[in-house]
Design a protein around this ligand. Structure first.
Ligand SMILES: *Cc1c(COP(=O)(O)O)cnc(C)c1O
Length: 405
């Protein structure tokens, strides 16, 4: 085993420091540990950071998506057009809302929903569109929203990975989450760039939707406990419909706040690292770098490279070589329709009803991406030396292939 294999460059390293320790300590000493003043502060700071009128915190992004779907009226028997090419939580949230996911293919360049495929996937039962800003790369919101408004459908953005990503909107760069659709949902899982351990956030410009999220996340209780505890006269709360416990705790919110304050610096650093990767892979014989659309700026939550056609090396071979040389890496994003959870073909659809059930190529780009993408290490706090080791290993692999080919 080489030296470098012993000290592996990780795919991600959460950056939690003294500020987060102090924040957690402050909450513990305060005696109020679940949804309370820290959640309220985190929500307003988050809303300000992305430019949203409302931000509502919940336990994780998966339940945020479920809540968003329920709030726009999705119910059993409905269809939701989404992508298969995503973390399985996206499709699972549709199922949790009682609806059927209808998968539209993605574009190779954005890894996000192809507006043409979206239009072809609409069914008479479609009630909502759930698009994804995959690994932080903005999807074609303008194209998707144009089709959605023609059909009068709400757009929910799965922005789990996209905090700090931007789109060029009517001539100005805006952060994902204003939102540009009706609702955007974020994740604070440790794999994302701001983490609260677990956690999620919904943003919207719609007052009634925000009020509905606040009600449903806490058992549809009419008087929040923060209000009840401050009341000077007796207050009885009501529970007005069956709902959920989707609360975020104050402990989680408190450790998110210092990270949110560092967001611009975090994203700038990730863009600097991504730019170095791009220069290294522009003429690489095996791997092609991602190309950003002129209207999109990724936060580079993950850095994907794509196996070039005819490179002669398989995804598994390349990944094994990197691993042997001390570089952690991951396969491309999975596709829900290729997972066992969705083996039962009656659980989902993939386009117009006329689409042949088993032999269609509706999701060809999704399948290509899963099998030709490798995610390389990229995290804030990554040293230039660590990044050079990744680039060197990729260059060496090309040399090895050159000799044996
Ligand atoms: C991580 C992720 C989720 C799920 O987020 P959780 O907070 O872990 O529930 C959903 N969608 C996408 C695209 C993700 O990457």
């Amino acid at each position: 085993m080489t030296d470098s294999a012993r000290t592996r460059v990780p795919i991600v390293r959460p950056s939690l420091g003294d500020d987060e320790v102090d924040a957690a300590t402050r909450v513990i000493r305060s005696g109020w540990v679940t949804q309370g003043p820290e959640v309220a502060a985190f929500e307003s700071e988050f809303a300000a950071a992305v430019g949203a009128p409302h931000a509502v915190a919940v336990a994780n992004c998966t339940v945020a998506l479920q809540l968003a779907l329920l709030a726009v009226g999705v119910k059993p028997g409905d269809d939701v057009v989404t992508v298969s090419h995503s973390f399985v939580a996206t499709a699972n949230a549709v199922v949790a809302a009682g609806a059927r996911p209808v998968f539209a293919d993605v574009r190779r360049q954005t890894l996000g929903m192809d507006p043409g495929a979206l239009e072809a996937a609409l069914t008479p039962r479609t009630k909502a569109i759930l698009c994804v800003h995959q690994i932080g790369i903005p999807c074609d919101l303008e194209g998707i929203l144009a089709i959605a408004s023609r059909h009068g459908l709400p757009v929910i953005e799965d922005a789990a990975c996209a905090i700090g990503s931007e789109v060029l909107w009517k001539g100005r760069w805006e952060r994902i989450g204003r939102p540009h659709g009706l609702i955007a949902c974020f994740s604070f899982h440790p794999r994302k760039i701001v983490t609260t351990g677990d956690g999620g956030m919904l943003t919207t410009a719609d007052d009634a939707l925000a009020a509905r999220f606040r009600l449903l996340r806490q058992h549809a209780m009419t008087v929040p406990d923060t209000v009840r505890h401050q009341a000077t006269s007796v207050v009885f709360e009501d529970y007005v419909e069956p709902a959920f416990n989707f609360r975020m705790t104050d402990l989680q919110a408190a450790i998110g706040r210092p990270q949110l304050a560092r967001l611009s610096a975090i994203v700038a650093e990730r863009r600097r690292l991504a730019d170095r990767y791009r220069k290294a892979f522009d003429d690489h014989p095996l791997f092609a770098p991602p190309v950003e659309e002129p209207w999109a700026r990724s936060n580079w939550q993950s850095y994907p490279v794509f196996l070039r056609e005819g490179s002669g090396v398989s995804q598994v071979e390349a990944m094994q070589y990197l691993l042997d040389n001390g570089i952690a890496c991951k396969r491309g994003i999975s596709n829900a329709h290729q997972e066992l959870a969705y083996a039962d073909r009656s659980r989902w659809a993939c386009g117009p009803e006329s689409c042949p059930e088993h032999s269609c190529r509706c999701l060809a780009a999704s399948e290509w991406l899963r099998d030709h993408t490798i995610l390389l290490p990229l995290f804030h706090g990554m040293t230039d030396g660590e990044q050079e080791r990744v680039i060197e290993a990729c260059t060496d692999l090309a040399g090895v292939r050159g000799k044996t080919a």
